[in-house]
Write a protein that binds this ligand. Structure first.
Ligand SMILES: Cc1ncc(COP(=O)(O)O)c(C=O)c1O
Length: 397
């Protein structure tokens, strides 16, 4: 059994704060500070450039990729860390389009995160080969997977509402229609059980700074299914994705496996921070986490609906159709979130009116949920949000 009291004790959570924003940026694993300090001193400091071999810095991207693979149901050896999620989206889409050369449509939905759509638009423009990005409502994805579609590219869990796509069913439909499927797991990895292998996903991408708790700007990951491992051509043919980078050949030749999705030098310090988070993840059973996460989200919905008449649930009521976040619509949501944060309950806001709360059993328990709902009730009932300073938009919401 996963010991969630123990996992909670392994994070730094500031006094008086109930942290419901792990769906945006996970908190600091206590061990990360020492690990990074030790890396700085013993590896970067003492070893200097020899650290690439002596401390195997170059091996971190695949070693950590394998640890993330367990959390997303991927085969070992098919996940690699590096770059940002936007870059990984571009790589996955470019490779997938090449694997389906006869077709021109990329199908996505308007619940997909903007960067995914923007990267698709940029790639399509660069390719100048007549591709089209077709964006439909989330509920209409299934019926729009036709034999015109080259690639279905979706974020499994909607960043605004937490609504979850049926990965297995949509991937099957895509394959039946001759399309490939790319899944963005930004709001899935570490949040819910994911079974990439079981679903037959072709590509998946995700970040490690949200539920995985890797820290701000932590590296992204990409998964390439074994069946595409040797044929997916890397569009960003950086030197470290070469089969023999230190041969310094004149021409690019992709690595034979997942390492072809490397681009350039890996972010070693960030990877070390992520390792500390993964030490906690090693103690977690994803099926147990999912059960507990649904309970926490259900409890929050019940408490808020009973206490806050001005807020309307924006997330699916049925836990099986949700990720690990709960969102409420409220016209004054931005100011209300600022008022909440000022009172120690940290969530976030997504335009135009979504108050978003992420729940993870790793460091949130039932008491935190009830306390957060009480504070939200106070903000709502007494209109504590109605202050000019709460209405001023910050650069990052
Ligand atoms: C679903 C999704 N995809 C992509 C991104 C952005 O990726 P990055 O800024 O790491 O490139 C986010 C950021 O929140 C996201 O939620």
């Amino acid at each position: 059994m996963t010991d969630f009291a123990k996992t909670k004790s392994m994070f730094y959570l500031p006094d008086g704060v109930i942290y419901l924003d792990g769906n945006s940026l996970g908190p600091l694993p206590l061990a990360a500070k020492d690990r990074i300090y030790a890396m700085m001193q013993d590896e970067w400091g003492e070893m200097l450039i020899t650290g690439w071999n002596k401390a195997d810095w170059m091996g971190l991207s695949t070693q950590i990729g394998d640890r993330v693979a367990r959390l997303i149901g991927a085969e070992p050896g098919h996940v690699i860390m590096g770059d940002t999620l936007s870059i990984k989206v571009y790589q996955a889409l470019a490779s997938a389009l090449e694997l389906n050369p006869g077709r021109k449509v990329v199908l996505s939905d308007n619940g997909n995160f903007p960067t995914d759509r923007y990267m698709a638009q940029g790639l399509i423009k660069s390719l100048s080969a007549g591709h089209e990005l077709r964006v439909v409502n989330p509920e209409e994805v299934e019926k729009n997977i036709t034999d015109e579609v080259a690639v279905v590219m979706l974020t499994e869990v909607d960043y605004r509402t937490g609504r979850k796509h049926d990965m297995k069913a949509l991937t099957k439909k895509a394959h039946d229609q001759g399309a490939l499927c790319i899944w963005d797991l930004a709001h899935s990895a570490g949040a819910i059980e994911v079974d990439l292998q079981g679903a037959g996903a072709d590509f998946a991408v995700g970040c490690s700074y949200k539920y995985l708790n890797g820290g701000p700007g932590a590296p992204a990951f990409i998964y390439v299914a074994p069946k595409h491992a040797k044929t997916a051509r890397p569009a960003l043919s950086g030197w470290l994705g070469h089969e023999a980078p230190f041969a310094f050949d004149l021409d690019y030749r992709p690595h034979t496996g997942i390492e072809r999705m490397r681009v350039g030098t890996p972010p070693v310090i960030a990877l070390k921070a992520l390792e500390s988070a993964l030490d906690i993840w090693d103690m977690v059973d994803m099926a147990e986490l999912r059960i507990k996460s649904i309970k926490l989200c259900d409890l929050f919905i019940r408490e808020v609906e009973a206490r806050c008449p001005n807020l309307t649930l924006a997330s699916p009521r049925n836990g099986a159709e949700r990720g690990s976040q709960v969102s409420f619509r409220f016209d004054e949501g931005y100011a209300a979130m600022r008022a909440l944060i000022a009172r120690g309950v940290i969530g976030d806001f997504r335009s135009p009116d979504i108050m978003r709360f992420g729940f993870t059993p790793l460091y949130i328990n039932g008491r935190d949920v009830i306390r957060a709902a009480e504070i939200l009730e106070n903000v709502d009932k007494n209109q504590l949000w109605d202050k000019p300073e709460y209405k001023l938009k910050s650069r990052v919401t």
